[in-house]
Design a protein around this ligand. Structure first.
Ligand code: RFL
Length: 401
C-alpha cells in the first residue's frame, strides 16, 4: 500500500516498486505487476494526452503479442492490428518479396502503432485501479545502492512528493534520469553510430503497399512502413548532421518516388499530407549490467537500437516481462534468482537483436565504398538464393521465441 506525502522529509510507508516512465516498458511492467498483486506507482514526466499521441514504432513481434494476449492486454491490438508476414526489398530497381512468416512456422508480426498500445496499457492500468502520475516533474532517484531507495518528484499540484520503495524500475527512455543516477563506474556503456541517419516521415496517406518495403538506391536507402489504413511511415537515409529544414515536403516526395522506383512496373507511390518529420538517430547503445543496486533499467533506458529491424519496442516489452516475472517470484516466495539473473537474461536477447539490426543496417545502406556496397547487396540477394539464409532472417525478423 502506497502512502503519499507532501514533504520530502516525511516518513513514508514503502511502496513495492516505483516505475519511472510511461512508455511501452513502464506500462507493460506496471500492468504485469498489478496482475501479480505487486503495488506500484508510475511517474511520467509528460501529460497523458502527450504520451497517447506520440507516434513511433509500429511492428510488434509475434512473441510480444502472445505475451500481451496471455495477460489479457491484447484485445484491441488483435481487433485493430494487422498480421504481417511479408516484406519486400527493392534492389537495383527490381522487387524481391520475402514471405518470412511462411519460413518461420507461420508466425507473423502485428502492425499496431505504438501510441495505440500505450493507450491500451494506460487504460488497462487505470481501470484496474493503478496509480499513475502524469506531469511528474524533477523526478529524482535516491538511495539506489541501499535497501531503502526512494523517489521524489514535483507533482502537477506543484508540490514535492516522495515515495519510499523496495525497487525502482527505470523505464524513462534514453534521455531519462534513471541511467544517469547510477554512480560513475557502476555500469559499462557500449555505443555505436553507423555514420548514417534516417529522416522519419509520417504522412496522412493510405499505404502504397501491403508490406514493408526496404529500397536500396544509389542516393541512399528508402523505407515504407505500415502504420494504419490512413497513415504511413517513410524513411529516407540522410547525413547524420542533416536537419528537417533541408527537407521541404516536395523534396521528400521527389526522393521517395526516385528511390522506390521500379522501372517497367505499375507500382505507384501515393502522396498525402506530411504530419510529422524528424531526423532519427541510428545509434546503438547498450548498458551492462541493466541493473544497479535496487534500480533496474528497462527498454530504451538500458539499450537503444536502430529502427532498422523494428526491435526497440519489442525489447522494451521483453524486459518488462522478465522483470515482472522476477519480481513475482521474489514477492511470492522470496526467490531472488530472477532478479539476480534479470540483466543477463535480457542482455542475451538485446545483443542478438543488436547483431541482427547491425546486419540489416549494413545490408541496406550504401557506404559509398563500391566494394562494401556490392558485398552488402550480395548479402541481401543471398536471402533469395539460400533457404538457410532466408530462414535465419525470418527467425530474427519475426523475433526469437
Ligand atoms: P519510451 O517510449 O521512450 O518511454 C519512456 C517514457 O519515459 C518518460 N520520461 C520520464 N518520465 C519521468 N521522468 C523523467 N525524467 C522522464 N524522462 C522520460 C518519457 O516521457 C516516456 O513516456 O521508452 P520505452 O518504454 O523503453 O520504449 C521504447 C520504444 O519507445 C522505442 O524502442 C521504439 O519506439 C523504437 N522504435 C521502434 N521499435 C520497434 O520495436 N519497432 C519499430 O518499428 C520502431 N520504429 C522506433 C521506430 C523509434 C523511433 N524514434 C522516434 C526513435 C521509429 C522511430 C521513428
Amino acid at each position: 500500500m502506497l502512502t503519499r506525502y507532501h514533504s520530502v522529509h516525511a516518513d513514508t510507508v514503502p511502496a513495492e516498486v516505483v516505475v519511472v516512465g510511461a512508455g511501452p516498458a513502464g506500462l507493460t511492467l506496471a500492468n504485469l505487476l498489478r496482475r501479480n498483486g505487486i503495488g506500484c506507482v508510475v511517474l511520467e514526466r509528460q501529460s497523458r494526452r502527450y504520451v497517447e499521441n506520440r507516434a513511433r514504432a509500429g511492428l510488434l513481434e509475434y512473441r510480444a503479442v502472445e505475451m500481451l494476449r496471455s495477460h489479457g492486454l491484447a484485445d484491441r491490438l488483435l481487433e485493430l492490428g494487422a498480421p504481417h508476414g511479408v516484406c519486400e526489398f527493392r534492389i537495383g530497381g527490381k522487387r524481391f518479396i520475402l514471405p518470412y512468416s511462411d519460413l518461420y512456422e507461420g508466425r507473423t508480426h502485428y502492425v499496431y502503432p505504438q501510441q495505440e498500445l500505450v493507450k491500451d496499457l494506460i487504460e488497462a492500468f487505470v481501470d484496474s485501479g493503478g496509480d499513475i502520475r502524469f506531469e511528474a516533474k524533477d523526478v529524482a532517484l535516491h538511495g539506489i545502492s541501499g535497501s531503502a531507495p526512494s523517489v521524489t518528484w514535483v507533482g502537477s499540484d506543484g508540490e514535492q512528493h516522495r515515495v519510499r520503495c523496495e525497487f525502482i524500475a527505470g523505464c524513462d527512455g534514453f534521455r531519462g534520469v534513471s541511467r544517469p543516477s547510477i554512480p560513475a563506474g557502476g555500469v559499462r556503456e557500449f555505443s555505436h553510430q553507423p555514420g548514417i541517419a534516417w529522416l522519419g516521415v509520417l504522412a496522412e496517406v493510405p499505404p502504397s503497399t501491403e508490406h514493408v518495403i526496404y529500397a536500396l538506391h544509389p542516393k541512399g536507402f528508402a523505407g515504407h512502413m505500415l502504420r494504419s489504413p490512413t497513415v504511413s511511415r517513410f524513411f529516407l537515409q540522410c547525413p547524420v548532421d542533416d536537419s528537417t529544414a533541408a527537407w521541404p515536403d516536395d523534396r521528400i516526395w521527389a526522393e521517395l518516388h526516385e528511390r522506390f522506383a521500379v522501372p517497367g512496373s505499375d507500382w505507384k507511390l501515393s502522396e498525402g499530407r506530411i504530419i510529422e518529420k524528424g531526423v532519427v538517430d541510428m545509434r546503438g547503445h547498450v548498458t551492462e549490467p541493466m541493473a544497479y543496486g535496487r534500480l533496474f533499467l528497462l527498454g530504451d533506458a538500458a539499450h537503444v537500437i536502430t529502427p532498422v529491424g523494428a526491435k526497440g519496442m519489442n525489447l522494451a516489452l521483453h524486459d518488462a516481462e522478465v522483470l515482472a516475472t522476477a519480481l513475482a517470484g521474489y514477492y511470492r516466495g522470496g526467490d531472488e534468482s530472477g532478479l539476480t539473473e534479470y540483466s543477463e537474461t535480457c542482455l542475451r536477447r538485446v545483443w542478438r537483436c543488436q547483431e541482427f539490426s547491425q546486419w540489416m543496417t549494413t545490408a541496406i545502406h550504401g557506404t559509398g565504398d563500391r566494394f562494401e556496397d556490392r558485398t552488402a547487396r550480395t548479402r541481401l540477394e543471398n536471402l533469395f538464393r539460400s533457404p538457410a539464409s532466408a530462414a535465419w532472417f525470418a527467425e530474427n525478423y519475426v523475433g526469437l521465441m
